[in-house]
Design a protein around this ligand. Sequence first.
Ligand code: HEC
Length: 694
Amino acid sequence: MNFLWLSCTLALFNLGLTAAVAREVAPGDWPGFGRDAAEQHYSPLADINESTIGRLNLAWYFDIPGTVLATSSPVAANGVLYFTTGYSVIRAVDGATGRLLWTYDPRVSKVAGKRMRAAWGSRGLAYAFDGRRGSVYLATHDGRLIALDAGNGRPRWIVQTLEQGDSRYITGAPRVFNGTVIIGHGGADFGPVRGYVTAYNATTGKRIWRFHTVPGDPAKGFENAAMAMAAKTWTGEWWKFGGGGTVWNAITYDPEFDAIYIGTGNGQPWNWKIRSPQGGDNLFLCSIVALDAKSGRYKWHYQTNPAESWDYNAAMDIELATLTIDGRARKVLMQAPKNGFFYVIDRSNGKLISAEKITKVTWAERIDLTSGRPIEAQGIRYENGSAIIWPGSAGAHNWHPMAFSPQTGLVYIPTINLPGVYDDSAIDRRHWQSSKQMQASFGVNIPSGDIPLNAGNSFLQAWDPISQRQIWQVPNPGLFNGGVMATAGNLVFQGQPDGRFNAYAADSGKALWGFDAQVGVLGAPISYLAKGRQYVAVLAGMGSGAAMLGSPAQQFGWDARSQKRRVLVFTLDGQASLPTKLNRLPEEPLTDTDYVANPEQEKRGDAAYSTRCHICHGIAGIAAGSAPDLRRSPLLLNSDGFRDVIQHGTRVGLGMPRYENLMPQDIDDIRQFLRGRNRASGDAAKGVATNLTP
Ligand code: HEC
């Protein structure tokens, strides 16, 4: 055997493999949600840095029309910026000037028809340099995966990734790697949904493989050995509820192991006692699952919450790094799921390296490193009635991405500190069924009253993933905070719900720069080059989960219709400025002198509202930007007009879903509940809740 020959061939083979597997992303591009395969939300650009940041100013802005969700992350390639807002309307703009190049509107509400679900819009896109002019990939609410010609926005192919008649929808960003595009879906909060991810050929749209995250009906046979194994951890007739485990956000491709890591969501229902009545861990709920990228075959998994019962998604972003731990270089993945721990996991085998609490966590004492399992606290499964637990279902970290800087070795986590109250005492667990009507289907009661302003807080923290401890933290206003980007200029950028967009020194947390965006900023920023200049881009707009949380969200005064959603783009010595501030909506209550309170009806209306409408119109009727504040809607005084919007779908094109199954009586109950809320807000001081029951 000629060893020289062998090693040469191996070297060539390795080179070829590296080129094919992980096309190096040019420093000036940001083609994926987290930029490149490692999903670090880190830019290697450093013209904008600690010393020059004083010169950072607005270069241009782009006004986004409509009452649409604008909390997504753009992508950038070859100096062009692509972004999605609302129901996957994509725009391409010149990265240096903001000039509109093309718009593609997949006409989601028309195509979706009855499939239009009560969920928010799209969170991101993917760009692939595929040898032609490049392709932009987007996934729509109604389940289509679409490849567009990046040059002109014309579709190259369209496939439907969901099954007929189910209650899935897509809000997440597709990921592209190696000629393959992969997408998951959401929906396990609202109906009987069984999670899966599907991989397609990026050039043709042909399906390559699909991996289900939870087992289906055993009578129909299992798709693969992983499902047969997972089924041993379920009891009862779980498949009737779908089981959940949707991959609605985190998908990371690892070129070093040719693996895909998916982060799975909550169970359907959340309540384990209903879902799997004789116990069991319920794989692969709340797990990180590694799959072979070529075949979709199961490699390993790590479950953050065995027997999940609190909506503790492990669907938050999964970021890759090589860290030196105890003198050894370890290829790790990092995740801060909702449950409040920060996990560092060995990518070669899925073994837990470390896990520590990043904020107040009461559901578990710690994670046992030998078994990888949590040491749970007493009473957290609400077996003794109502349980107050930190964190709650908003999570200690939600989908707004964290960032990892290879330069500082730190992770920057937008952190939420808010408890949840869980109670299933009034629920008939034996006869419970998943909803089929677009309403929250948790199997556990969540209190419906307003959230007090002081119920919790939020902050940005720098975390050392090796020593597992906090290095610095800065407070954020309100309960929810924006996604994060780190850069090689020793900078960390983050938006806040009060309308500030800030930069901090990545090593010390020192506040270095800030901008008044005139509206809450929640999307994660990106950085790119256009004509040789470095730009920082972020979408400004208040919406999604951050706008749902009652008074703490509404305190900043952003209104769904009058807020200005924008793309804001900054550069050194930028010369643009925003037009004069818009006035916020007046906070005076609606004049409704005829209203006669009927507590019974208001109570029924509260229950109907709090399982259907609150995700957009806000908890307790207090809205903060996703949709209008219904307490002030003139339609409250017009029973037919109110019913038309809800039952006949007259505003579906504007993002208001159709509830054709709601009975006129239910709709009237909701209307009366909102009239009662309007009266309560008239009695209250501006923006401060009257009903402070947590
Ligand atoms: C997925 C988000 C979403 C959900 C869920 C939702 N809405 Fe809406 N709704 C909207 C949006 C966005 C608008 C604004 C449409 C427009 O621009 O006219 C709206 C508008 C309305 C309006 C018109 C208000 C006005 O003054 O013009 C009413 C009434 C309304 N919704 C009632 C409800 C009720 C009742 C529910 C629950 C049964 C509900 N909505 C659930 C998003 C939502």
